[in-house]
Design a protein around this ligand. Sequence first.
Ligand code: SF4
Ligand code: SF4
Length: 55
Amino acid sequence: MAYVINEDCIACGTCIDECPVNAISEGDIYTIDPDACTDCGTCADACPTEAIHPA
Ligand code: SF4
Ligand code: SF4
């Protein structure tokens, strides 16, 4: 299981600095590599728009 970023993402960049395994990539909407994500939840806690949830 991995976390996923939904359309509420405003591309603020906060989560990319929080991920300990660098699983998050930039874009119009940021994305999480499901193979790299360890399901720690740190990014979800940091997201200002609550755009990140467990898949
Ligand atoms: S912290 Fe949330 S709003 Fe900001 S880039 Fe990450 S997913 Fe998007
Ligand atoms: S849940 Fe943890 S490992 Fe997965 S993308 Fe978020 S911060 Fe990275």
